[in-house]
Design a protein around this ligand. Structure first.
Ligand code: NAI
Length: 342
């Protein structure tokens, strides 16, 4: 079995290398998978990719021509894969959950850091500046948080918020019955929340759900937290909202144009993305570079599920974590029932 890993970092290698052995050859590429790099995958049975690899129609065709039989995503989201084009050509598996706690906890960490100015205090005290001016925050207790998307991560974040004594409003396209969650319309959530946190997938419907119009209906001073996918927020509209003092703070673990920037060291270089550069200069914006998943528990689970997905696919011809455009379901997949549908 030959597996080619793209967009790998030292921590990826550490978590996967233990699976190497007789008959199991792992090749790690630092570069992202793109139409320009796809030839590196030639001769592999499996290609393993992450959130910012490009798996469009051209890449899928070249992977198939090179003999690749399985695309193994080592992440949950799959908006970077043309599943429509993959159908009938390439099987796609993913890791539906590796540690929803990691992402939900990072979401709260970002929120607390922002509203209690921890990042500023940290820098000040390192410089022996013990002044408190400008560090006034606000209590989370009693505030209303709007949670968009109440799947695995959204629900854990809701539990964390309830622990802080916050009032929780939620919106989900498919509300969970008997969950005890207070569901409202998206418009109501936007107008009533002091803090809004995003935990839904990026789809055509959710693309730019935060835009110039929706920002206008939000409360003045709203805090926006996005640990889901960058393109849920129109970054230029967010920047305007911050400049107009409408948005009180933004905590971003994801950014819509992150793919050429995040996971790389640009210190000492000039970053050409003006919107990101301007956002980062704002005192009320915190950016982490798609780091919410990054705990040792999550990395271990990602590696284990990815390798189980691969062996399950090759041993039985099907995998419970297979994705496809046609059914779009992970559980009770038709392909699974039919034992590999194409
Ligand atoms: P999940 O699949 O368990 O939950 C997603 C929820 O969003 C579901 O309840 C679904 O009904 C809902 N949803 C679907 N379409 C919607 C719409 N149009 N409007 C509102 N809600 C909608 O997914 P999970 O595990 O909770 O992950 C959520 C998102 O977090 C993922 O899609 C992914 O983009 C992101 N993520 C980010 C990570 C990071 O490191 N920053 C790591 C892992 C996931």
């Amino acid at each position: 079995m030959n597996i080619a890993f793209f967009d790998t970092k030292p921590y990826d290698r550490e978590s996967f290398e233990k699976y190497e052995g007789p008959g199991m050859h792992l090749r790690f590429f630092e570069t992202r998978l793109t139409p320009d790099t796809v030839n590196l995958a030639a001769g592999s049975d499996v290609v393993c990719v992450f959130v910012n690899d490009v798996v469009n129609a051209e890449v899928i065709d070249k992977l198939c021509q090179g003999g690749v039989k399985l695309l193994a995503l080592r992440c949950a989201g799959y908006n970077n894969v043309d599943l429509d084009h993959a159908f009938g050509r390439l099987h796609v598996v993913h890791v539906p959950a590796y540690s929803p706690y990691a992402v939900a906890e990072h979401t709260m960490a970002l929120l607390l850091t922002s509203i209690r100015r921890i990042h500023k205090a940290y820098n000040r005290t390192r410089d022996f500046n013990f002044s408190l001016s400008g560090l006034t925050g606000f209590d989370l207790h009693g505030k209303t948080v709007g949670v968009v998307g109440t799947g695995k991560i959204g629900r854990i974040f809701i539990d964390i918020c309830r622990g802080f004594g916050m009032k929780v409003l939620a919106y989900d396209r498919f509300p969970a019955a008997d969950s005890g969650i207070d569901y409202v319309s998206l418009e109501e959530l936007f107008t009533q929340s002091d803090i809004i946190s995003f935990h839904c997938p990026l789809t055509a419907e959710t693309y730019h759900m935060v835009n110039a119009q929706t920002i206008q209906i939000m409360k003045k001073g709203v805090v926006l937290v996005n640990t889901s996918r960058g393109a849920l927020i129109d970054a230029e509209a967010l920047l305007e909202g911050i400049k107009e003092r409408k948005v009180g703070a933004a905590c971003l673990d994801v950014y819509e144009e992150e793919s050429d920037i995040f996971f790389q060291d640009f210190s000492g270089h000039i970053v050409s993305d003006d919107t990101l550069a301007r956002l980062i200069t704002m005192p009320n914006v915190i950016v982490t570079s798609h780091q919410a998943f990054l705990t040792s528990e999550a990395l271990g689970n990602i590696a284990e599920t990815t390798m189980n997905n691969i062996s399950s696919f090759f041993e039985s011809g099907s995998c419970e974590n297979e994705l496809c455009y046609h059914c779009g379901q992970v559980e009770n997949c038709r392909k699974l029932r039919r034992k590999k549908c194409f």
